[in-house]
Write a protein that binds this ligand. Structure first.
Ligand code: BG6
Length: 492
């Protein structure tokens, strides 16, 4: 089946932080790809702002370089690129001061009835300030949306400050809190798998599922983002948002429709059902790690401290934890989460481990009967694998073997796999917030994460070191093995 492109009405897209890393690596390539696909039409304008002074011509050069760096050569046709670059304008705006706002207003004036999307690809401390200025300068129309990037706060209290500030100016339905994991094809596939098939839902509960594993492992280090990362750490950077969102999609009740609030209501119930982790159990339910020098596939790599140029840091670059959901569906089925930087491999996957069969009719010569496993691989090599037992073919008695029913997306579907930002940015323009986080979800996630952070601090639970290029500290393995289970390593 070929993908369908629904073109959008002409719109204006304004990126604050337009010269920054996110704009170059993600936004410009995503918008270019959507233009190339025919989704962006007419005289749709993309306006970049930053404090720097530069002409629109110079910005187009910056954008050309960004696209040449981040879009594959085979996907860059000269005429498409020229058409895209012609949409770009640059306005210098001092977001904390007064300069530039009128220029932006003048530029936006013709076409005031269009959808207008402000994308705040800036430091989170500026979300409130920029929103206030947009309001004060009369730039918010009924068709305006604002997109804010993570992190929304560093704690529940600071998240509320950000949400309050943005909420002073924008209605909740105009605020798009982006979590790019929700735009990944395989993450959306999780909903297709669960709710587009009759097969799984009846057994999608604690009676049939022994446990669930969520792994988001990265082989890269902090990549020049040490300033931010050292104040965040793996729990805030990956678990509070991406991983809890994945957990919600695995665990939530079937929503009545794909309507944004129907889905978000169900996710919220899961976040509110997570059993608290605090001083009394943080030592057994969580593990923190920090990498020291080691090796990646490309050769030797420095340790975290060296990478961020610090003598010491109590920040974690790895976290593993055991989460439990206190509701009827999931009581007794733990969710094990792990995420880290400089791990052995880049792999993100969800493993649903079913319970063993209740009774075996086979004798000992059949060999061990392994419980079924459903593995949803988010990246790389997106796909779904269901491990089942079959009879080993040929004579020799009834011998059983575990084999995967294996569906690789690359093999099954031709065409490119769009980046998450392509889908999400178009959803903003289209006005579909289903794959974005509502205020109460973000705050419920912090309500669960805050006590873990506090308990680490009050019990002085420091990260354990691990060699770069391994699977994290041995305590991360012990966390699950203590329960008689193991991290899934097939294909890793
Ligand atoms: C970001 C984190 O949200 O997600 C980064 O801030 C992390 O630290 C990145 O590297 C991972 O995203 P992806 O899409 O490469 O898995």
């Amino acid at each position: 089946m070929v993908s369908r492109v629904i073109s959008l009405d002409t719109f204006d897209f304004v990126a604050f932080g337009g010269t920054g890393d996110l704009a170059r690596r993600k936004l410009l390539p995503a918008l270019y790809q959507r233009d190339r696909a025919g989704q962006i039409v007419g005289d749709t304008r993309i306006i970049a702002t930053a404090r720097a002074h530069m002409t629109s011509e110079a910005y187009r050069d910056l954008a050309r370089t960004a696209i040449e760096t981040h879009v594959k050569a085979g996907e860059r046709e000269a005429d498409t690129l020229d058409r895209f670059l012609a949409r770009l304008e640059f306005v210098s705006v001092d977001v904390t001061g007064e300069t530039g706002w009128d220029d932006l207003g003048l530029l936006l004036k013709p076409g005031a009835e269009r959808v207008r999307a402000f994308y705040l690809a800036t430091s989170p401390d500026l979300f409130g300030v920029i929103s206030a200025k947009l309001g004060a300068h009369g730039l918010i129309t009924p068709e305006t949306r604002v997109v804010i990037e993570k992190p929304v706060g560093k704690s529940l209290a600071s998240a509320k400050v950000v949400n309050d500030a943005v909420g002073q100016v924008f209605e909740e339905h105009q605020i798009y809190r982006i979590d790019h994991y929700l735009g990944k094809e395989t993450v959306q596939n999780l909903m297709a798998l669960r709710f587009g098939n009759a097969l799984f839902e009846p057994i999608w509960n604690a009676a049939h599922i022994d446990h669930v594993q969520l792994t988001v492992a990265e082989s890269i280090g902090v990549e020049g983002r040490g300033g931010y990362y050292d104040t965040a750490g793996a729990l805030r950077d990956m678990v509070q948002n991406h991983m809890l969102q994945l957990l919600c999609l695995v665990a939530m009740e079937p929503p009545s429709s794909l309507d944004a609030d129907a889905v978000r209501d169900e996710k919220l119930k899961i976040l509110k059902s997570l059993k608290p982790i605090n001083e009394s159990n943080v030592g057994t339910l969580t593990v923190r790690g920090q990498y020291e020098a080691g090796a990646s596939a490309q050769g030797p790599v420095p340790g975290y401290l060296e990478e961020i140029g610090a003598k010491q840091s109590a920040n974690e670059t790895f976290v593993a934890l055991k989460a439990e959901i206190a509701n009827w569906r999931w009581a007794g089925t733990p969710f094990y989460l792990r995420s880290g930087k400089r791990l052995a491999q880049r792999v993100s996957e969800i493993v649903v481990a079913f319970r063993p069969i209740p009774h075996s009719i086979f004798d000992g010569s059949a060999g061990p009967i392994q419980p079924n496993q459903l593995v949803i691989r988010l990246q790389p090599d997106e796909g779904v694998k269901l491990q089942i037992m079959i009879k080993d073919p040929g004579p020799g008695g009834m011998r059983l073997r575990a084999v995967p029913l294996d569906m690789s997306f690359a093999e099954s579907f031709s065409g490119r796999n769009p980046d998450a930002y392509e889908r999400l940015v178009m959803d903003v323009v289209r006005g579909n917030p289903t794959l974005f986080m509502r205020r109460d979800e973000v705050e419920a996630a912090w309500t669960w994460v805050d006590p873990i952070l506090n308990a680490w601090a009050s019990t002085n639970m420091l990260p354990r070191s691990y060699r770069a290029g391994t699977w994290g500290p041995s305590a991360g393995v012990a966390l699950i093995e203590r329960d008689g289970r193991t991290w899934h390593e097939d294909g890793i």
